[in-house]
Design a protein around this ligand. Structure first.
Ligand code: SF4
Ligand code: SF4
Ligand code: SF4
Length: 378
């Protein structure tokens, strides 16, 4: 019997799922099994849209369709949490299994705190996440650094601090820290993110800790809830997945990898937040940057902590563009304790205002000074 806290290697028993699925197809096999057994009514995943740089959310009810969501999309900077409230009635009348990054899961908890979703009806399959790059940045990296035509790239993989690409039957890789030192790479919020292994979900799945000869053939799963343990046991018993216990040395290697990534995130926090340390300078910088605001409300609309709260922003400050710093102060006050550093308000701001940086700086200070008000699983 599995239990919360257990760590396993898992892979699909079905040879076709194993072949097309990422890292042995364990996640695809689990989702398919959950649908087949009516443990859930639908699966929410992400698949490739119009091209390699386009991530598209899909809701699947046919188990045979689950494999269409296999594989990683690093340019997919979607945040799935708001979809539950916006299009799925907060999962109140539908049991949904979703593949989620740590920030997606945090967004769901923020919505649950506001009564917008029914957590009991959401099965969270967490995917380890090293970070995402925007499609525009990705094209620049491929052209400038890899010297490859972005249209020829078929696959990207992050492994051991390198970004690997496959194109025209060839493979190339570059060191991610080196690309980031040169001003390329992941979104700045992702660089600062510490939610790399999403233990806030039911099952945290990824590659770290998979022993060398199993890389690409098995997924390392940390069981993070009783619900997760139950799915693993049932899927294993029914022959949907096969499971192996990792050696202690592999678990230690995973921990070392995680520690290294978290320490890198901490150094990005230090360097990003350093210019904002002094409260007067922070305020001056915020006033200056937000003076470009065109009051498009995108930062309000996309924020998982501001679900359904756009109206007061739309009626405040009529006729004023830019709207005045009060507009942003209200947003800071609404979100300060809840910001999950998902980066949406910054990435989608048409005026390139570093909204996420400001909000994350405030939230991080609150986390240190008043941790009791940040209430969500970590
Ligand atoms: Fe991944 Fe964190 Fe970036 Fe979300 S914020 S995409 S979890 S690195
Ligand atoms: Fe202003 Fe940018 Fe927010 Fe639009 S997204 S309201 S421009 S800060
Ligand atoms: Fe995400 Fe920005 Fe809202 Fe923070 S303030 S949760 S970074 S959208």
């Amino acid at each position: 019997m599995s239990a919360k806290g257990d760590m396993i290697y898992a892979s699909a028993c079905d040879p076709e799922i194993k072949r097309i699925g990422e890292s042995g197809g364990a996640v695809t096999a689990l989702l398919k099994f959950a649908l087949e057994q009516s443990m859930v009514d639908a699966v929410l995943g992400v698949r490739r849209g119009l091209d390699f740089f386009d991530a598209k959310p899909v809701l699947i009810t046919d188990p045979e369709e689950v494999a269409r969501t296999s594989g990683s999309i690093y340019e997919g900077t979607l945040l799935l949490s708001k979809l539950f409230g916006k299009y799925m009635h907060g999962a109140r009348d539908l049991k949904i299994a979703a593949t989620l990054k740590g920030c997606d899961a945090m967004g769901i908890y923020e919505q649950a705190k506001r009564g917008q979703v029914d957590l009991d009806n959401i099965f969270m399959i967490g995917l380890n996440c090293g970070g995402a790059t925007t499609p525009a940045m990705s094209r620049r990296m491929l052209t400038d650094l890899f010297k490859v035509d972005p249209r020829t790239v078929k696959k990207e993989t992050m492994y051991k601090g390198h970004l690997f690409i496959q194109y025209n039957g060839q493979e190339k890789d570059l060191s991610i820290p080196k690309m980031e030192e040169a001003g390329y790479g992941r979104r700045s919020n992702c660089k600062r993110c510490r939610m790399k292994i999403p233990r806030n979900t039911d099952l945290a799945c990824g590659q770290w800790g998979v022993r060398e000869e199993l890389v690409g053939q098995a997924t390392f799963i940390e069981i993070c809830s009783e619900k997760g343990a139950d799915l693993i046991d049932r899927a294993q018993k029914a022959g949907a997945i096969e499971v192996e216990v990792p050696a202690a040395s592999c678990i230690k290697a995973r921990k070392r990898r995680e520690d290294a990534v978290l320490s890198l995130a901490d150094s990005w926090r230090e360097s990003d937040f350093a210019p904002l340390k002094n409260s007067k300078e922070r305020l001056e910088r915020m006033i200056e940057e937000t003076s470009r605001c065109i009051k498009c409300y995108t930062c309000v609309e996309v924020c998982p902590a501001l679900f359904n709260q756009i109206k007061p922003y739309m009626t405040a400050f009529p006729g004023r563009v830019p709207p005045g710093f009060e507009f942003h102060l209200i947003r800071y006050a609404h979100v300060a304790d809840s910001c999950i550093n998902c980066g949406q308000c910054e990435e989608l701001c048409p005026m390139d205002i570093p909204n996420s940086l400001f909000m994350h700086a405030i939230q991080s200070d609150l986390e240190v000074c008043s941790p009791e008000i940040i209430s969500r699983p970590t």
